[in-house]
Structures are given as C-alpha cells and as structure tokens.
Design a protein around this ligand. Structure first.
Ligand SMILES: *Cc1c(COP(=O)(O)O)cnc(C)c1O
Length: 389
C-alpha cells in the first residue's frame, strides 16, 4: 500500500495504483465454512435438496426469531419475494415507491402490470418523503412500498398514517435492513410485510435468496402456497402460484452465515468508525450516518460529495478506481432514468429533484472482511489530496 501525500502520487496522474489488489463494494462474507460443508454433506446424504427442506425450515425459524416476527417465508430471491408479497397483498393499478432504490423494487411491480409511481425522497435520509408520497396519490393508487435504504428504516409511522388515511396497503423493501431497528423494534413488523434479500452482496446472504417477514398469519399462508405453485398436499393445487422456493444448499449457506452475524456487524461498525475518523476535516464529502441508538448492520459506507465541491463526484470515483479502490455510484441514475421507466415517465425528473441530486452525489465505498483501518485511511487520502482537504 502506497502513501498518497500529493497529487503527484495519484494513479490518475500516472503514479502506481495505491492498492495492488482491488478493494470491492459488496464482496460476499462467508461465515463458518466448516459448518457449511458439514450441512452440505448432510443434504447430499439426505437427498432432500429442495421443496421446504429441514434446513430451510430451520433458517426461517431463526430469522423470524432474530426479527421477533411470527413468520419468515424464505424464497429463491429478494425480487421473487417482492413479487409474491405484492401479489399476496393484491396490489394493482398504481403503487408508490421511491425512484432512488435498486431497480428490482420497480420491476417487481412492472413485471405484474402494476404501475410504479415514483415519489421523491428526503435528501437527508435518502428515504421516501411522506409529503411527496401524499402528492402522488391518485384514485388508482392501491399501495405504498417504502424502502429502508442503506439499512436505515424509512419513516414507518408517517407512511402507515398515510396508508391508513387513504386505505392503502403498505409494505417495505427491507433488502438492506437485515436486523435493523426503528424505535427499538426490528424491521419485519412494519406495514403488512417486509421483504429481505439474501443475495451474495447483501449483509446476510444465502448465495441467492430472500424472504418475506410478517405477523399476518393469512398473508404468510398465501405466500407459502404461492411460492410452491399453489400446492396444498400431493396433487392438490388450491391457489395460483409460481416457483419461489429456496433450496437446501442456500439454506445451509444461510445457517453458516447466521453463526457469524454478530462478528460481521462488529467488523462493519469498526470500518464505519474508521471512515468517520478518517473523514474528519474533509470538507467536500459527507458520510451518511447510522443512528447508534438503533441496531444497524453498517453494511454500506455512503459518501455524498458536496454540491460546492470543486471536484465532481465522477472524477472522485474515477480517481479511486485508478487506485484499485472500486468505489461505485449507487442507484445511479435512479429508476426513473432507466429505459423502461424513462419511456413511461419522460418528465419524472421534474418531481424527483432530490432523488436526482442524491443519485448524482453518492459514492459507495469498499467495506467487508478485506478492509481495515489502514486501508480506510489510504482510501480517504486519495479524496483528501484530490479535493484539497
Ligand atoms: C438487492 C435488492 C433487491 C433484490 O434482491 P435480489 O435478492 O437480488 O433479487 C431488491 N431491493 C433492493 C433495495 C435491493 O438492494
């Protein structure tokens, strides 16, 4: 690792990169490898590979307990969890979501011929702005999907009040928010249901996978039917359905990862504090903070480049990448500027001022097991030199 003290040391100016190996955003964390291999042997011996196997059932139970909810319905991905939850809640017409999210939130609606309507975010939290949500309600609106972006819960009480007032369904895309709390209550109990993603890049993963958390018995039952073609016993289909099942190898990965979850949180929190310390005195970028009175998984290190910074966000990202620091723009350019939705709403940007501002300012920094304090300091020194402090 090379010291960066002046602009002559920057790789964009022709120097050697600071890191010989790339630093990634979202490099998967693999928990207890021995345990995973042990479970895998068991699965192969048992020859019960999928279809609500014993490991899937155990994983569901543990995740439900961890979030203090009645039901965890495991699925093959976060996206399919969203699709099934949307259908089980019988959403139709228009559903209000943020544009500043991963495209799957919008796709899960569009895929089933429901119109996603984008509401603007609060630039301080990056989550839905309740007043903006109110402005987007029409006679066709049937629901709201809040996203707990970066694992920081959306304004759950305000959104619930709007949903109650207008007789709308409310659910949450909690793909980032495994274990996060709001007012001391862990996610899983807000709205009608909340969906998790267990994709390899997420805080907790099952290679590919996802789940719906809910306290609604009937909803859970409907989703269990829907994820398995509507089968109720052998030869008996009582509900329309799809294939949303989680397989046993994924559940084994999940159980092995659950084993080390507190350790991962501790490491993530340590790295978050390292970034915070390192960024002291750097005027042109701001770190998005986690509320330490709540539980957080600290999975995302999110920087915002000041509008008045002399160096553009994309220049900073390019300089970092030249050093092998694979920092990334995130949820750029925003769902409403992606082709399927740009065609639907060519002028949406006019109503999504904050979403556009935030997506043009954010840089997500490398985290994960490969990061340590020293590397964080070296990474931030690139920004320091580039922006002149
Ligand atoms: C990852 C993600 C999803 C999709 O989850 P998959 O498991 O990849 O299908 C949905 N919403 C958000 C906000 C995500 O980050």
């Amino acid at each position: 690792m090379k010291q960066i003290n002046s602009s002559r040391d920057l790789a964009v100016n022709g120097a050697e990169p600071a890191f010989s190996e790339p630093l990634h955003v979202g490099l998967p964390t693999v928990g207890d490898r021995e345990l995973f291999l042990h479970y895998t042997e068991e699965i192969l011996d048992r020859q019960w590979l999928t279809n609500n196997g014993p490991l899937v059932q155990t994983l569901e139970q543990r995740i439900a307990e961890y979030h203090d909810v009645s039901h965890c319905v495991a699925m093959c991905s976060g996206t399919v969890s969203l699709e099934i939850a949307i259908r089980a809640l019988q959403l139709q017409g228009e559903v209000i979501i943020p544009s500043y999210t991963f495209v799957a939130t919008a796709h899960a609606l569009h895929w089933q011929a429901i119109t996603p309507v984008f509401a603007d975010i609060d630039p301080r939290t990056h989550n839905l702005d309740p007043d903006a949500v109110r402005r987007m309600i029409t006679p066709r609106t049937t629901g709201i999907i809040g996203v707990h972006l970066w694992g920081r819960p959306a304004p759950v009480d305000e959104l619930q009040a709007i949903a109650d007032e207008h007789n709308l369904k409310l659910m949450f895309d909690a793909a980032h928010a495994f274990g996060a709390s709001q007012g001391g209550t862990r996610i899983g109990s807000f709205g009608s249901c909340e969906i998790l993603s267990f994709h390899a890049t997420k805080f907790f993963h099952t290679l590919e996978g996802g789940a719906v958390l809910t306290n609604d018995d009937e909803l859970a039952e409907a989703m269990r039917l829907m994820r398995n073609f509507g089968f109720c016993g052998v030869d008996n289909v009582i509900h329309p359905g799809t294939n949303g099942k989680m397989n046993e190898i994924s559940a084994a990965m999940g159980l092995a990862n659950l084993q080390s979850i507190e350790h991962v949180i501790e490491h993530n929190r340590h790295i978050y504090h390292a970034y915070r310390r390192s960024l002291e005195g750097v005027a042109s970028v701001r770190l998005l903070e986690y509320d330490e009175n709540e539980t957080n998984n600290y999975q995302y290190i999110v920087l915002e480049v000041d509008e008045k910074s002399g160096v553009a966000r994309d220049e900073i990202v390019a300089a970092l990448q030249a050093e092998n620091v694979l920092a990334r723009r995130y949820f750029w350019p925003g769902c409403h500027r992606l082709k399927p939705y740009l065609e639907l709403y060519p002028n949406a940007g006019r109503f999504l001022v904050n979403s556009e501002k935030v997506s043009d300012r954010v840089i997500v920094m490398p985290t994960g097991p490969a990061m340590d304090e020293q590397k964080v300091d070296a990474v931030i020194s690139v920004i320091r030199v580039l922006t002149g402090g």
